[in-house]
Design a protein around this ligand. Structure first.
Ligand code: FRU
Length: 478
């Protein structure tokens, strides 16, 4: 059930301790809490924000409306990590407490500058007639997590965009700071604007131009554009809302896509020789993926495991959404790979040869091998009645299919219950991470990825091989 606007935009200070206590108690009752994926303490988690390296640690914020599973008055919640696997939530919040972000601290990025973390984000501002003024604004976070907002607006809404203008991503290219911002043109086409920091001053931005990347504008808005450099090649990650399905086949309400390009022409400005548009993830939910290049050069990404405008079974427990594992990008033979960072193995607490199981604690990793010329079918979250999440790996024709029609509680069924993609018809591997109500599947070391939610009912925790010869390892995780 959608939550009324008056509730979603109620001031934080107006929520009573008693109301907050009730929300927390309700959240605690959910049987679906993840154990090693970031979840909101309460309310809605959406986009990853401000993913960066600062003060010797990784910082990652999540966007949040803390009072229920809806898109209300958003804040950023700060977490930090040393190994990109174990994240700790700190006390720091980027609150919607300024005239320039009065209706929400929307998505953005972060970068360490002179010992402080620069936060570059969209201030969502609405007037008394609910007309939106999207402002690109900034703040410093110091080493104690204290936030100090800038008084000035960094980028005002340009004349050639509608109210949909948001999600600035700062990045350093050859020693110069740039930022890209998602935009909608006056004739309702999605595009991207490129800005440059004058003298590398993050308080002084000028427009370079509209970034050419071979987009067709069939989408009505581009959310969360991110440019990362993988093996020196620019990779554009973006969330094109309303993208025409003749351009790219996708099953989710909105796709999360990418293009691998040859080079970045900062003058034109242009991403030179972009590939065709491709799905970043083939699962049922992955959106608003954010990436950055770490000081050691690695390009790291993280996705929101959730989607806008979709209801989830956890809504009954006053929360929604989770963050994906951190994935490292690489390019091999011209293809983009996304794979969990090496430190993920530190979660393993036991190891055994893979075999059927009637019950697990739904907190495990599988590292599997599928020989060529066979159709393997695997049920996860399986019960005795044959229900479960069905993964088919067909190395005959070269296809991976994920079917959640009989997995846990049904939800979001308007968008179908099957997702699939093609792979090369040859022996194939899959690394699968299950975490209570999340599953992340990495085919062929991350050549294809399926990220999804499943909300199992009591007793739905088995692993059954239905057909095929499947070898590998099973690890319990904690
Ligand atoms: C993407 C998005 C962003 C926006 C934020 C608001 O999910 O719509 O474009 O900044 O969420 O919460």
């Amino acid at each position: 059930m959608p939550i009324a606007q008056e509730i979603r935009y109620r001031a934080y200070a107006d929520w009573t301790d008693e109301e907050i206590k009730q929300i927390k108690e309700n959240v605690a009752k959910s049987p679906w809490h993840t154990t090693y994926h970031i979840e909101p303490k309460t309310g809605l988690l959406n986009d990853p924000n401000g993913f960066s390296y600062f003060n010797g640690k990784f910082s990652l914020f999540y966007q949040n409306w803390p009072f229920g599973p809806g898109h209300g008055l958003k804040q950023w919640v700060h977490t930090e990590s040393e190994d990109l696997v174990h994240f700790t939530e700190t006390e720091t919040r980027l609150l919607p407490d300024h005239a320039h972000d009065s209706h929400g601290a929307y998505s953005g990025s972060a970068y360490e500058v002179d010992g402080k973390l620069f936060l570059f984000y969209t201030g969502n501002v609405r007037d008394e007639n609910w007309v939106r003024d999207p402002l690109q604004i900034g703040a410093w976070m110091d080493k104690d997590g204290k936030i100090e907002k800038f008084d000035q607006v960094l980028i005002q809404q340009p004349k050639d965009v509608t109210e949909h203008f948001r999600d600035p991503q700062i990045f350093d290219y050859e020693g110069q700071f740039y930022a890209i911002v998602g935009a909608q043109s006056l004739d309702k086409k999605g595009f991207i604007k490129l800005y440059k920091a004058v003298d590398n001053d993050v308080k002084n931005w000028v427009l370079v131009g509209d970034l050419e990347f071979g987009g067709t504008g069939s989408e009505y808005m581009i959310e969360c554009p991110n440019l990362v450099f993988v093996n020196n090649r620019p990779v554009l990650l973006y969330s094109p809302q309303g993208l025409d399905k003749s351009e790219l086949n996708y099953g989710n309400i909105y796709p999360n896509t990418y293009k691998i390009c040859q080079s970045f022409d900062t003058e034109k400005p242009e991403l030179v020789s972009p590939s065709e548009i491709l799905n970043l993830d083939y699962g049922f939910e992955a959106y608003a993926t954010q990436g950055f290049n770490a000081p050691d050069g690695r390009s790291l990404i993280v996705s929101w495991i959730g989607l806008p405008d979709v209801e989830y079974p956890t809504d009954d427990f006053d929360y929604q959404g989770a963050m994906s594992l951190v994935k490292e990008l690489s390019i091999k033979d011209g293809k983009l790979y996304q794979y969990p960072v090496e430190a993920i193995t530190s979660l393993r607490s036991s190891q055994e040869a893979f075999a059927d199981k009637d019950a697990t604690n739904n907190t495990y990793e599988l590292d599997l091998h599928f020989p060529a010329n066979q159709v393997s079918q695997l049920l996860l979250f399986a019960d005795q009645k044959g229900n479960g999440l069905k993964l088919t790996i067909d190395t005959n024709v070269g296809k991976v299919r994920l079917d959640r029609s009989k997995a846990g509680l049904p939800f979001a069924t308007d968008f179908g219950t099957i997702r699939e993609c093609s792979i090369d018809a040859k022996e194939t591997t899959a690394r699968i991470f299950v975490d209570k109500s999340v599953v992340e599947i990495f085919i062929n070391k991350g050549e294809k990825v399926f990220t999804s939610r499943i909300f199992p009912e009591e007793g739905q925790s088995g692993i059954h091989v239905l057909t095929g010869q499947v070898d590998g390892q099973y690890f319990e995780l904690n």
